[in-house]
Write a protein that binds this ligand. Structure first.
Ligand code: AP5
Ligand code: MG
Length: 214
């Protein structure tokens, strides 16, 4: 099963991708997580990506496409994968399509988690992430058991650098300009599924499970 998670920043792509990956036993590949790991390790890629991410801009296609195309060729992707945050531009979608069609494959589902802009700001301001293990919480909708402490690894949870309101506004406009056109792209390929993202997380998950028959 090869799945793409579409949707605005904060729509719940990561939250749902993690749960689906676990249920289906396939890898969750988040380009945002890959960049954040590189930033933490101080790599050249991380250094380059950070200058864009901190402003709420997209990292250039040439730094993203090969990275993902190489990743999905690894052995653990044989039974499928969930791409979270890729593709994000039409050139990225073409790069993925070309790489897959070269081996006679295609994406099964492009799932668009639909959440209006007005809900996004609230979600981002309340999100807390664990820089150590990557777990994500929300102070209202999905709080940690002990305040400020990650349930999974005991690390300190923080507001992501790009979740400050000014940066979130930029990320939203970049989303509408560059990523939303992918909805038509995958609709034309009969791969698009729209899911209502303004429901409790468990209900969003249930809708996705029913859709993909997992
Ligand atoms: P990335 O990390 O992918 O960020 P994003 O797309 O902006 O999405 P988020 O991770 O912010 O949100 P999400 O949809 O995963 O929501 P979440 O589940 O956390 O990318 C970061 C940056 O990296 C980009 O800006 C760009 O610079 C760069 N980048 C990455 N990929 C790239 C690419 N392909 N090309 C170029 N650049 C790239 O949920 C959000 C919050 O809401 C959480 O607190 C959660 O607990 C809560 N929540 C989730 N679901 C619900 C619900 N149903 N009800 C209530 N609350 C909910
Ligand atoms: Mg995410």
């Amino acid at each position: 099963m090869k799945i793409i998670m579409l949707g605005a920043p904060g729509a719940g792509k990561g939250t749902q991708a993690k749960m689906i990956a676990e249920k289906c036993g396939i890898p969750h590949i988040s380009t945002g997580d890959i960049f954040r790991a590189n930033i933490k390790q101080g790599t050249e890629l991380g250094r380059k990506a950070k200058t864009y991410m901190d402003q709420g801009l997209l990292v250039p296609d040439e730094l993203v496409c090969d990275l993902v195309v190489d990743r999905i060729k690894q052995d653990d992707c044989e039974r499928g994968y969930i791409l979270d945050g890729f593709p994000r531009t039409i050139p990225q979608a073409h790069a993925l399509e070309d790489a897959l069609s070269a081996i006679g494959q295609k994406i099964d589902y492009a799932i668009d988690i639909d959440v209006p802009d007005e809900n996004i700001i609230d979600r981002m301001a309340g999100r807390r992430s664990c820089p150590k293990c990557g777990a994500t919480y929300h102070i209202k909708y999905n709080p940690t058991k002990a305040e400020g402490i990650c349930d999974v690894c005991g690390g300190e949870v923080v507001l992501r650098e790009d979740d400050k309101p000014e940066t979130v506004k930029n990320r939203l406009s970049v989303y509408h300009e560059q990523t939303q056109p992918l909805i038509d792209f995958y609709s034309e390929r009969n791969a698009l599924a729209e899911i209502n993202g303004v429901q409790p997380m468990e209900k969003v998950f249930e809708d996705i499970v029913n859709l993909i028959g997992a």
